[in-house]
Structure formats: structure tokens, C-alpha cells
Unconditional design. Structure first.
Length: 462
């Protein structure tokens, strides 16, 4: 007897421990707007976008630095070995004999060379560009447009991240709704088994009907296990997306799925996209950058003019000292080779302009396609909601009729269970459709480029 109780205790612990462990996990109540804020702050994609902006701004600063003067400092210290020199100079115009006669005062005509063992010199040179064929200013303009485009890319990435968070949030909503409904059906199935057991014990129904009820209960238990597993996986993925601990159990706002909202007309949405789609605006900025880059390349054929200046000092002990050697001037440089080497570079730059213009046109077509698909998908989801609402009413009425027939021995237990399953499936389908409609609604504004702005405005209104 004690052994039986021990086995029962072990079985209870094995079954209850996972549920107890799940119950002890940290929970977090999370509204949709809170989820979006967390997701935006944790997104690796947006971190990469920020890094790209920093890189573009650094390139812009580098382009502006080309306007600053170049300043170079150089110097050297040299050790010199004693040289052997034999210098013969006729400084006085005398034509004395080659054997080296003495001067009138008796001194030797050769002079002793100074002993030089070291030399030191230093130089400072500066150059300020006055004219570079417009390359400096055009490079700055090109870098400015690239920086703007990179920032617009980041905003476009943000739109996609917000939509992903919304989709994940409603996936969790669907998982919760399904788990709730199958749990309710499981409780109904358990109660039915108890009722059928009493009826079968009193000989009112056949043993076969009780077995069918027990089989349906087992099916519901499996459905609950599947729903719980789906909920855990969805919750885990959402934690990763938001940067929360893996074990955090997220509790979402069940009122997040409200009444379907009205949207603007298709033509209005397309018009909004041209002034709000960040990827389209970024393409326009890159086209401008390419235009100025072409001007930079064309500037290679023009001369460059720079203001130059320098300072030099040198000291050779026992021989020479030179200080305050200052020079100021204007330097001109003209690369004649660019007249025939630059043609291919100009052609490449012009081709890049053409490519970006075609991409812009292609993006315009893609935007219209995306908006059309999102617009029609949302309207499709609204129609599905109407149909599924009627399906719930039909399934509930069908179950009521079949239940009444079964109670009067006019329908089989199989008919009753089929009607019950149909009722459950109709409710699950409707809950999923509500979430899908909410995702489709937000998808429209992502394709227009105002999703983040719209969510932010809603958050402020709340």
C-alpha cells in the first residue's frame, strides 16, 4: 500500500513540476506600445543602422577637412665623418707655380678647412587649397546627400522593426487565445465524461458513447499540450526580439485587438508614400549624391591652385648657420593626363546616375504594388471577420440543435462531438482572424512609411 502511494506521489511530482516551474517564472505585463519601445531599443538591425550613420558622418567630416590647410613638419640630425678634401681655387688671379710658392708675407696660400662633424636642419611647410576644380565643394555636397540617405535608411529599418514587433505581439495574442479556448473545451470534455459515466452506470447510454467522450477528452488534452508548447515557443521568440530574459512570461493586453479601423483610399495612400517612404526618399538623396560625384570626377580635368608657405632653419657647427628662411607663394598644378584618362571615370559616374534613376523608378512601381497588396489584404481580412463571425453563430446554433437531438436520442454521440469540435474551431479561427486583421492594418502604414509615426501618435494620445 505504501509503495502504491509512493508511485502516485512520484507521478504527481513529475506532472506538476513543469507547471510549477512555469508558474514561478518572472512575468511582465506588456502593452503593444511598451513592446515597440523595448524592441526598438534592443534591435541589432537598428544598431547597425546607427553605426552606418556614424560612418557616413565621418566621411562627411573627412570631405570638409579637405578645405583645411596641409601642414607638414620635418627635420633631421646628421653625424658627419671627417671628410678628406682637396680643393684648388684661384681666388687672387695669381699664376704662381704649381709647387705652391709662398705669399709675400710668407704665409701658406692654402687655408685650413673647418672641422664639420654634425648638421641639424628643420622645415615647416603649409599649403592651403584655393581652387581644386570644384572637387572639394562637390565632394562635400555628395557626402551630405549620402549622410541624409543613410539616416533615411535607418528610419526605413525602424519601420520594418516596428512591424515585426507588432506581428510578434499578435502572434502571442493568437497563442493565448487558442490556449484559452482549448482549455475551456477541455473542461467541457471533462464534465461530459463525468456526466456520461453517471449515465452509463445507470444504463441510460451505451458504453461506446462513454468511450467516445473519453476519447474526445484525450484529444482535448493533446490540443492543450500543443497550445501550451506553441505559447512557450512564441513567448521565447518574443523575449529574444525585445531583449528580455528567456524565462520571462509575457502577459499581453487582451484588448490590443480592437474594432477594425477605417483606412484612407488607395490613391491617397500611394500619394502619402511618395513623401513618406524612407527608402524612396533615400534613393532620391543618393541620386543627388551621384550627380555631385560626377562633378567631382569632371573636376579632375581642371587645374588646382594653392597658397603655399614655409619656414626653414639649419645649423652646421663651424661651417654654416641659417635661420628665418621664410617663403610664401602660389602653386599651380595641372594634370594633363586627366584630359585623356578621365573619360572612363566620367562614363562610370554617369552610369551610376542612370542606375540610381532606374532604381528610383522601379521602387515607385514596387511601392504601388506593396500598397495595393496590403490594402486588399486588409479588406480581405475584414471580410473574413464577417464570415467567421457568422460561422461562430452557425456553429453555436448547430451545437445547440445537435445537443437537443442527442438528449432526445435523435443524434449520435459522434454527431455531438463533431458539433463541439466545429464550434471550437470556429472560435479559434475568429480569434486568429482578429489578430491577422490588426497586423494587416499596420502593414498598410508600413508600406506608406508612417507606421512608427502613427504608433507614436497613438501612444501620445493615450
Amino acid at each position: 500500500m505504501n509503495q502504491t502511494f509512493k508511485k502516485a506521489g512520484y507521478l504527481f511530482a513529475a506532472v506538476s513540476f513543469p507547471a510549477l516551474l512555469w508558474a514561478q517564472q518572472p512575468t511582465k505585463n506588456l502593452s503593444l506600445n511598451e513592446a515597440i519601445e523595448l524592441g526598438l531599443g534592443h534591435s541589432k538591425k537598428l544598431m547597425l543602422s546607427d553605426a552606418a550613420i556614424e560612418q557616413a558622418e565621418a566621411s562627411l567630416t573627412e570631405a570638409k577637412d579637405a578645405k583645411l590647410p596641409d601642414l607638414k613638419v620635418s627635420g633631421a640630425y646628421l653625424y658627419l665623418a671627417q671628410p678628406h678634401l682637396n680643393i684648388k681655387l684661384d681666388l687672387g688671379g695669381n699664376s704662381d707655380s704649381d709647387d705652391g710658392s709662398s705669399s709675400d708675407d710668407g704665409s701658406s696660400s692654402s687655408s685650413e678647412m673647418p672641422k664639420v662633424h654634425q648638421a641639424v636642419y628643420g622645415m615647416v611647410s603649409a599649403s592651403l587649397p584655393l581652387y581644386a576644380g570644384g572637387k572639394i565643394n562637390n565632394s562635400i555636397k555628395s557626402a551630405e546627400y549620402i549622410t541624409k540617405a543613410t539616416k533615411l535608411d535607418a528610419e526605413n529599418d525602424k519601420e520594418g522593426v516596428v512591424q515585426n514587433i507588432i506581428s510578434a505581439y499578435y502572434n502571442l495574442y493568437k497563442a493565448d487565445a487558442q490556449l484559452k479556448l482549448v482549455n475551456e473545451n477541455l473542461r467541457t470534455a471533462e464534465q461530459r465524461v463525468r456526466d456520461f459515466s453517471n449515465l452509463e452506470a445507470n444504463g441510460i447510454i451505451a458504453r461506446n458513447d462513454l468511450m467516445k467522450a473519453e476519447l474526445q477528452q484525450s484529444d482535448m488534452e493533446l490540443a492543450v499540450l500543443d497550445a501550451e508548447n506553441n505559447r512557450k515557443i512564441t513567448n521565447f521568440n518574443f523575449n529574444l526580439l525585445l531583449g528580455l530574459e528567456d524565462s520571462t512570461q509575457i502577459i499581453i493586453d487582451t484588448n490590443a485587438v480592437g474594432t477594425p479601423a477605417q483606412i484612407e483610399g488607395l490613391a491617397d495612400l500611394v500619394g502619402m508614400a511618395k513623401s513618406n517612404r524612407f527608402d524612396y526618399l533615400a534613393t532620391v538623396e543618393r541620386s543627388q549624391a551621384a550627380l555631385y560625384n560626377t562633378k567631382v570626377v569632371q573636376g579632375n580635368k581642371l587645374p588646382t591652385v594653392a597658397l603655399t608657405g614655409g619656414y626653414m632653419a639649419a645649423d652646421i657647427p663651424n661651417a654654416l648657420s641659417a635661420y628665418n628662411i621664410v617663403n610664401v607663394g602660389v602653386g599651380v598644378s595641372y594634370d594633363l593626363g586627366a584630359l585623356y584618362k578621365n573619360k572612363s571615370k566620367e562614363r562610370s559616374a554617369k552610369t551610376q546616375e542612370k542606375i540610381l534613376d532606374i532604381r528610383r523608378q522601379q521602387l515607385e512601381d514596387d511601392i504601388q504594388t506593396e500598397i495595393f497588396q496590403a490594402y486588399n489584404d486588409y479588406n480581405h481580412q475584414l471580410k473574413r471577420l464577417d464570415v467567421l463571425q457568422k460561422a461562430i453563430e452557425q456553429a453555436e446554433e448547430n451545437y445547440r440543435i445537435v445537443k437537443n437531438k442527442y438528449d432526445n436520442a435523435l443524434a449520435t454521440a459522434t454527431d455531438l462531438f463533431d458539433a463541439d469540435v466545429a464550434q471550437l474551431q470556429a472560435r479559434i479561427n475568429y480569434a486568429n482572424a482578429k489578430a491577422d486583421a490588426a497586423v494587416a492594418y499596420n502593414k498598410i502604414y508600413e508600406t506608406v512609411g508612417v507606421l512608427n509615426k502613427k504608433v507614436h501618435n497613438i501612444h501620445q494620445a493615450q
